[in-house]
Design a protein around this ligand. Sequence first.
Ligand code: NCD
Length: 330
Amino acid sequence: MTTTTWNRRHILSLADFTPDEYDTVLQTATSFWEVLGRRTKKVPALQGQVIANLFFEPSTRTRNSFELAAKRLSADTLNFAPGTSSLTKGETILDTAKTYLAMGTDMMVIRHREAGVPLAIAAEMDRLGTAVAILNAGDGQHEHPSQGLLDLFTICRILDPEKPRIDLLRGKKIAIVGDILHSRVARSNIWSLTATDMELHLAGPPTLLPKPFETLGRDRPGKLVLHWNLQEALADADFVMTLRLQKERMTAHLLPSLREYHQQYGITSDRLKSCRPGVKVLHPGPVNRGVEISSELMDNPDFSLISQQVTSGIAVRMALLYLIGVGRGR
Ligand code: NCD
């Protein structure tokens, strides 16, 4: 396993990740990718550590992926379901976290519909002088760092499966299309993808891609460009990431109709013709088939990396739990 040093305990955001940290995650995930291809897919690295999955919001991929990653590292896992927990009796989120702390939990993986909840719990754990690590598994519209890292791993593995690393993005053009306003995935990806000298093009209707997003590109090594016209974003793109329309987070009527949205911003095989040959398509899932991406393109293995993203997620989350968990032991 990798010998690279790792000093981060909580993973709350990718905003301050360094290129070295990205490379450490990519390199560690590559080792675990290899482990996951073996007959015996389990390693004893985190034996005896307790990892609690505190998902206050629905999830299929992220929750199961973190759980499987923890199990593959031989950690003990605790799962929390808000509907059947003491939250229903009025317990606060901080008190729930302290209950898991009292049980000897070493790492808490937290998803919540409000931005900042994982940060608040991390601050409380630090204030109490504990060594508990907090991993943000998606907080409101803020960030989803493990998704950003698994997307990065998936992209870099296409460019060099043996040695995925951040500088492979140099000179590449990547387009992120759709509901950027409500997307924590987009925000985490903006940080990771602009960490090197590349071009990140964001495209969506003005109601879902407001102008202030431009400011996120300030002082980044990569170039960030906004488009309200899809074709400009797709021209010569090496990768296209499309995002789910987050209907549950839309408070106003931001779109005329789903049909019209698909006509203007839906990704289809035909639309990819202006991209670079070999272009690949990503989507964090869950997908609204026929809205942000055509059903046919989603299922086309020549273009779609959607299933690979899910598989990558396990190796990347193993890497994160391992880097933090082994650090805790030092
Ligand atoms: C995303 C999420 O929950 O932020 N999904 C995921 O974790 N794979 C994106 C979404 O909900 O559209």
